[in-house]
Ligand binder design. Structure first.
Ligand code: DAH
Length: 337
């Protein structure tokens, strides 16, 4: 029996040294209830009373040695696994990090802010009005009665006969004049709608910025000076402006206003389509009927107004040739601003 115990010990210690030993399997095989050592101990009944304690003690020693070796091996494996992992997951704190991508303002928002700054610098305040508007503010109060042909060019989306999506920012003029008495100096940027099909120059949703000044003694030269200052700040000091006679029902006289092409300076190029000028807005002296509709006496007060397309100005400013680019959220486009 002694030899048997000796054999078990040697075999176990040898197996525990093997590179690929399975410690758990060895524990079961040598020390488990059905293990080899237990089998030997079961056979102790056949021993003489003198032999029993000797063999018993030896068996305990063998068990202790195998256990110690097993524990050591398990600890060794744990340490090795930890070291392997540490080596594998080594962190190089000197490596450059992954930059997180930051968004930025949309080109339209940027242009709008820039325009607001320019007008605020001239003493204007920002006024807001609803996008869902009454027919009265969008048309009637602006001297565009039912059946007026101007309604055709500004066909919009109707909620009811009486309520629509505003086709221009001009209704804000009326809302401001109803509430405020002169002097008035406001701009009003915002979304407008028209039932136009989407193409390179049209969109059913776009943006305008309205301007309105009402006070005693306001003349067309105030309008010209204001727009010239704006154009120079927005497009560069060399910029010139040009007024062309036009018709808007809510202004009299009315004009369309062009700026000299900031790319070619007026010689004619691709951006201005050979014209040398780019149309950016409509303007005029507020029609006396409109002042009257808002409770302002046209005998005492006069005013000017203008309305420009934000997309128009932004496209001109940055040389963008397709309005759809503003709404598609294509990063290749947006990243350029
Ligand atoms: N609301 C006009 C449009 O959408 C633009 C405009 C023209 C606004 C003349 C004005 C103005 O305030 O005076 O076509």
């Amino acid at each position: 029996m002694k030899e048997k115990l000796q054999q078990i010990k040697e075999a176990a210690l040898l197996e525990l040294k093997a590179a690929d030993c399975d410690t758990e399997a060895l524990r079961v095989r040598y020390l488990g209830k059905k293990g080899e050592l237990t089998a030997v101990l079961r056979g102790m009944g056949a021993l003489t009373p003198e032999e029993r304690p000797v063999i018993g003690q030896m068996a305990n020693e063998v068990r202790a040695e195998i256990e110690a070796a097993l524990t050591a091996r398990v600890a060794e494996e744990k340490e090795k696994a930890l070291n392997d992992r540490l080596a594998r997951e080594k962190l190089d704190v000197t490596m450059p990090g992954t930059p997180s991508r930051m968004g930025h303002q949309h080109p339209l928002t940027r242009a709008q802010r820039e325009m607001e700054e320019i007008f605020i610098g001239m003493g204007f305040e920002i006024a807001e009005g609803p996008e869902v508007e009454y027919d009265y503010y969008n048309f009637k109060a602006l001297n565009i009665p039912e059946n007026h042909p101007a309604r055709d060019t500004q066909d919009t989306f109707y909620i009811t006969d009486n309520i629509l999506l505003r086709s221009q920012t001009s209704p804000v003029q009326v809302r401001v004049m109803e509430k405020q008495s002169p002097p008035i100096r406001v701009i009003s940027p915002g979304r407008v709608y028209r039932s136009d099909a989407l193409d390179a120059t049209h969109s059913p949703l776009f943006h305008q910025m309205e301007g309105l000044v009402v006070d005693k003694g306001i003349t067309m030269s105030d309008l010209k000076g204001t727009l010239e200052t704006f154009a120079k700040k927005m497009f560069g000091e060399e910029t010139k402006i040009r007024f062309r006679p036009h018709h808007f029902p809510f202004t009299e006289p009315s004009a369309e206003v062009d700026v000299s092409c900031f790319v070619c300076g007026g010689k004619g190029c691709r951006v201005c389509k050979g014209e040398g000028w780019i149309e950016i807005l409509g303007a005029g002296m507020v029609h006396p009927f409109v002042l009257e509709n808002c409770g302002i006496d046209p005998e005492v007060y006069s005013g000017f107004a203008f309305g420009m397309g934000l997309e128009r100005v932004t496209m001109t400013r940055y040389g963008i040739d397709d309005i759809r680019l503003f709404y598609e959220n294509d990063e290749r486009f947006l990243k350029q601003f």
